[in-house]
Design a protein. Structure first.
Length: 265
């Protein structure tokens, strides 16, 4: 049995998230003998969107692929990077001819990996169907590729996330969901061999509301005025940052493309 390991990291929020990622991710990859790394980077640019510099910082510390979600469109000057850089994804199921790519292949550890980025529709913008989009991608693959399929499903509804998990069970090695920034405790192997978690959580400041400044979020909710949120400032306690990384590590049988285990970070 040829066992490979994949790590998926939840939404990186602002500068605190980038700093803790740079500090911890290389050691996580090394210490766990990780073969493939995916990081969701859609909140790196002050909490909303990405920049070319932030993307480079993520890939420099070990990410093979950077996924995203609905906030990937926030920074207009990033759109040409989204189109030209083959390390970053936007959700596949945006309608029309959206810039960038929604899935990609990577050759690593002697095997072909396919990474698919999808976005949910419940309580979000009702874009094209993620279920049909996954089918369209998978049904057009040749028989020789890929061996391991990994999915980042960026969605609000836990019902929709679980539904997609069971829908693609057995057709992907891992579906790890993002967007809500709160890690769930339901990591498991589904009946047909797909590893699943409802939300990876976030990478950023824990003394916050989903990585954002507490006072702004409180006033936003209390007064129902859409004040623009800002990432919570980094705080040090005895020289130690209160930022943390959230994500999962999955063990995958490269011969079958099915998961063997999944563990939360």
């Amino acid at each position: 049995m040829n066992i490979l390991k994949a790590i998926m990291i939840g939404d990186v929020v602002g500068e605190p998230g980038l700093k803790i990622l740079e500090e911890k991710l290389p050691d996580l990859i090394k210490d766990n003998a990780v073969d493939f790394t995916i990081v969701n980077g859609e909140n790196t640019a002050d909490g909303f969107g990405m920049t070319e510099a932030a993307l480079k910082r993520i890939t420099d510390c070990g990410a093979d692929v950077v996924t995203s979600g609905n906030h990937v469109w926030e920074k207009r000057d990033f759109l040409p990077i989204l189109e030209s850089n083959d390390s970053v994804l936007r959700p596949s199921n945006y309608p029309g001819k959206a810039v960038g790519r929604g899935w990609l292949y990577r050759e690593k550890a002697g095997i072909t990996w396919l990474v698919i980025n999808l976005q949910g529709r419940e309580f979000m913008t009702p874009i094209d169907c993620p279920f049909r989009c996954f089918d369209n991608i998978i049904n057009n693959l040749s028989n020789n590729e890929p061996k391991i399929i990994l999915v980042d499903f960026h969605a609000e509804s836990s019902r929709e996330k679980e539904a997609l998990g069971y829908y693609i069970d057995g057709r992907a090695a891992l579906i790890a969901c993002t967007h809500t920034h709160v890690q769930t405790a339901d990591e498991r192997i589904l009946p047909k061999g797909t590893a699943y978690i409802t939300d990876l959580g976030m990478t950023g400041n824990t003394d916050s509301v989903i990585g954002m400044d507490k006072k702004i979020c409180i006033e936003r909710s209390r007064r129902q005025i859409l004040f623009r949120m800002e990432p919570a400032a980094e705080k040090l306690t005895n020289g130690i940052s209160n930022a943390e990384i959230n994500g999962v590590i999955a063990e995958i049988d490269a011969d079958t493309g099915k998961a063997i285990s999944i563990k939360r970070l």
